[in-house]
Design a protein around this ligand. Sequence first.
Ligand code: GRF
Length: 203
Amino acid sequence: MSKLKIAVLISGGGTNLQALIDACKQPDYPAEIALVISNRTDAYGLKRAEEAHIPTKIINHKDFSSREKFDAQMDKEISSYGVELICLAGFMRLLSDEFVTKWFGKMINIHPSLLPAFKGADANSDAVAYGVKISGCTVHFVSTEMDSGPIILQRTVPVLNDDDRDALAARVLEQEHLAYPEAVRLIAEEKVVIDGYKTIIED
Ligand code: GRF
């Protein structure tokens, strides 16, 4: 069976990218990374991709006069690699409605909270500040509203009394590295059906 071709979009360290790279090395894993795109030249994730001999592209948003033009360039590259699923992995740019609508159902994101709680860039700080006792991560399809869209899977962690942002983030990140490859596997195996605002995961 042919493998699902994915593109991973990053802006930083790329530990979730690494988790996907490692999963894709397993012979029976049903997806392969066709392309890694970073909007930042200094993203460490680019090195991870190069070490794994995965094609990389740097598309710097500062080189474009609008979000739409930046997204159009990404779309051009992604399409030229025959990509079937886009995985946002610490990609710190909002995407235009046009791009999101075009890729709806074929673009996923991982977020370090149990959505819909704690959307935004400071999810772990916000979870600690709020005093929740359980947090975690969410993999979801991307919709036009930030950190929204049908949820594919979630994993939980306890929030401990003396946690600060970094301690919680490290615990959540361990679960992210399990959740993201698992979500991609479920999609590649065609077990994820979008049903309105929800997904149904088939056995
Ligand atoms: C992760 O916490 C992810 O949930 C969020 O950005 C972070 C990226 O980390 N969207 P990394 O670059 O994958 O290490």
